[in-house]
Design a protein around this ligand. Sequence first.
Ligand code: FAD
Length: 464
Amino acid sequence: MSEQYDVALIGAGPGGYVAAIRAAQLGLKVCVIEKDKPGGVCLNWGCIPSKSLIHQAEVFHSLSEMEEAGLKVDRSTLDYAKVQAKSREATRQLSTGVGGLLRKNKVDLIKAGASLAAKGRISLDNGKEVTARNLIIATGSQAMVVPGFEFDEEQVLSSYGVLAMTRLPKSIVILGAGAIGCEFAYVLNAFGVQVTLVEMAEHILPSEDQEVVEVLEQAFAKSGVDLLTGVRATGLKKTKSAVTVAVEDGSGKKTDLRAEKVLAVFGRTPNTRGIGLDKVGVKVDERGYIPIGDYCETNVKGIFAIGDITSTPALAHVASKEGEIAVEFIAGHNPAVRSVDPDLVPSAIYSEPQVAGFGLREQQAAAKGLKIKKSVFPYRGAGKSIAVGKPEGLVKVITDPASGELLGAHIVGHNATELIHELLLSKRSELLPEDIAEMIHAHPTLSEALMEALRGVDGKPIHM
Ligand code: FAD
């Protein structure tokens, strides 16, 4: 007879493995079924390897700054296969670490493909079955395939293909300037690849605050990325040595873009097919996502869904938080937080300069006709940004003019993805701008730019 669990999870990505560990900490008997390596897309083919490449690109790029100090490095000796190997080693270490954490917390990690067989029952592709009082689906997502742009992972790459690449191409066309497209535009350009970045919307990173995004657009242009916005890719043709992408702008003007490779990052598709949702009656929406209610429960009681297979933001930290919310409910804690509050989810794009933000974007306020007060402080006003040679950037806070409440905050600049949390904490703790503005910040730090932006809400920045 198969073992009876309190919770069985399908998928050990940042949603599944965090939920499993938290459930075990709460005293539940847990298993997580994973067909591949622990850590999911995030650790193995997403957040972690990309950040390793970004870090190495930054170091490589910064060598040119040292030339002013007389240091000459022959950058042509770069061995990209070794750069890549370093990024794979980071994922290996972390994935092994997650396996260790699961063991330490007495979570059974079952290596198998899984599908729902009935309420409380999961079939494994090794012929076995798992039974559990509660099931959590955390099967994540995969790169979206658009007809005409199918991946061969040689010339037409997905994010997987570009993360597996061991030789740099001379040129690349990146289709889609969301977070992944912008991060690879930065990495490949920094390593000397001729990058053309194509985006259908009028700006790159369409869901971020526009004023902030414009700073990154300028930085891309300055560093030689060929940026085409308001332009749609309509098809591609491959020859042995090149790919030609046909694009069309808003006025109907057609152009051919030729490059050695194409990276197509149009979006992600939830992994909801072939996992037996129909057998248990779990609904999916028209785009294939699983709708969830309070505590991430699906329309079927006792079956939960977390992470990229739901329509909440496709971010690792959202997946993990949803996992915690679901298992705390299963453990009988009835947590006060029933779902992830989208206004408190930080976005983070790890280009240079970085982009990070949360809550209301200025263009959203304009579209809704909301009255706002904004304060913008430039990075160059904080001495540290000049000292470390990173003056590009700004901190922007958006407040309610009547109550002073912080409605949103956005940063573009060096280390933005770390800095955003001070502002997020003040929002979550319902602090007013003056509470942080009056706090002493160490000098010299980039955090002083945050302090100054908050001082600016009442018109009192010192260094502007
Ligand atoms: P996943 O991480 O996709 O994990 C799902 C797991 O389920 C996988 O391991 C899969 O093998 C397993 N699985 C699927 N089906 C089955 C089955 N039938 N049986 C058994 N196992 C199954 N997010 C950020 O927050 N920050 C970043 O910097 C960031 N960078 C990214 C960079 C790239 C290139 C990409 C592609 C994504 C990035 N993301 C980033 C997004 C992030 O990776 C995802 O939001 C996150 O991985 C979602 O977690 P998840 O647990 O829902 O699913």
